[in-house]
Design a protein around this ligand. Sequence first.
Ligand code: UDP
Length: 410
Amino acid sequence: PKGGQKTVLIMMSNTGGGHKASAEALQQAFREEYGDQYKIIIVDMWKEHTPAPFNTLCDSYSFLVRHSILWRLTYNMMQPRPLHRSYFAAVNAAVSRQLSAAFDAYDPDLVVSVHPLMQHIPVRVLASRARARGEAPPPFATVVTDFTTCHNTWFYPAVTRCFVPTAFCRSLALENGVPADKITVHGLPIRPIFSKRLPAKATLRRKLGLVNDAPAILLVGGGEGMGKLEATVRELDARLQGSAQVAVICGRNKKLLNTLRSTVWPGGSHVVAVGFVDNVHEWMAAVDTIITKAGPGTIAEALISGLPILLNGNVPCQEEGNIPYVVENGVGAFETDPVRIADIMATWLGPSPEARAEFAAMAKRSKALGRPRAVYNIARDLAGLVESAKELAVEVAAAAAAPARRACCS
Ligand code: UDP
C-alpha cells in the first residue's frame, strides 16, 4: 500500500524550539537527498498520543525552565539511571496502549527520537508490539539535539543507533551504557540552508538594511528573544559610539522589537531590529560576530557561519556545557554583564592589530568547528538503517521459508 515509499517517524516535543527545528532539518535533508522515497512524519508523541497529564509536557517544561531552581531540581533528580528507569517503567503502564496504537497508525519503517524523554518507553512499546505480532521491531535511532551537557535520559542502550553532536556527548553516551558501535558523531542536524552558497556579504547587508562600512554585531536570544538584549544594545551604543552596527533578532519577543524600533540611540549607532525571521542564515552571513545565549542550535549555526561567539547566558543545566565548549575551543567568550559585553566587543572589533589578528583567528577556528554536512550525514545513516532492516526482513523471511521448501522436496 505504501508503493515502496518508506515511512520515517520523527518523535519530537516542543520543549524549547530546538527539537522541532532538528526534526525539520532532518526532514529537509531527506527530501533533498531522497525525494519521495521517504515519507517523513514529525509528531509530538507526548502531546498527541498520551493521555493526561502526560500530554502537557510542553507546558510543564515552559513553567519549570522559567523557574530555574525548580528546573535544576527536576533535571538533577531524574539523572540517576535507576530513578528514571523506574519512573519510565511506571509511566509505561499508563501510556503504552495509546502509544502502541499510534505506532499502528503511522506504521513506521524507522523511528527517530529527537527528544530526551522519548527513548525508554517507545523502544519498549515497539518491542512488545513486535513480539505480539511475531516480527522484528523497526530500527530506532536517537538524534541528540543538545550540544554538550545532555540529560542521561537521552541515552538508552537498547536503541539501534545513537547520533551525537560532539565527542563530549559521545563520552556521556558511553557512560550511560550505549555500546560504542551504536554511537555516531556527526554534529547537530542544522537546517540544510546553512550549508548552501550565499550572495556576497555586501549584497546581503544591502538586502537586510545593514551598512557596508562598519563591522556588524548580531544579537539573538533563541527563538523567544531571551536575555538582557535591550540593555546590551544600549551599552554597545554607548561604548562603540556608532563605530559598529547592531542587528537584533528579537524572535517571538514582540515587546523587545517594539522598544528597539522606537528608540533613538544617543551614541548614533545603526541598529536594525527584526522579529522572528526565517533567514537567520543570511543574518549570520552578513555580520562579523554574534552575541547569543548558549542555545545549541544558534551556536552550531554560528560555527557553520564562521562567527566568533560571545555567549551572554544560558538555560540552566542542558546549556551549561556549551560555555566551556565555546571558550575552550577558542571560538568565543562568555560574559553576562552588558557593560563588559560592550567592552569585549570594543576589543574584538577595535583597531589594535593584535586584537584584529586574534579576531580573525577566532573566526577561522569557528568555521573549522562547524559541521554543515552533519544533517546530510545523519539522514544518510538513517536511510541506511531502513535499508539494513529491509535486508534483514528478507533474510528472516527466506530462513522461515527454507524448512518448508526442504519439507516439500523430500
Ligand atoms: N531562530 C529562527 N528565527 C528567529 C530566531 C531564532 O529561525 O527569529 C532559530 C535559530 O536559527 C535557531 C533556533 O531558532 O535554529 C534557536 O535554537 P537554540 O537552540 O539556539 O535556542 P532555543 O530557542 O531552542 O532555546
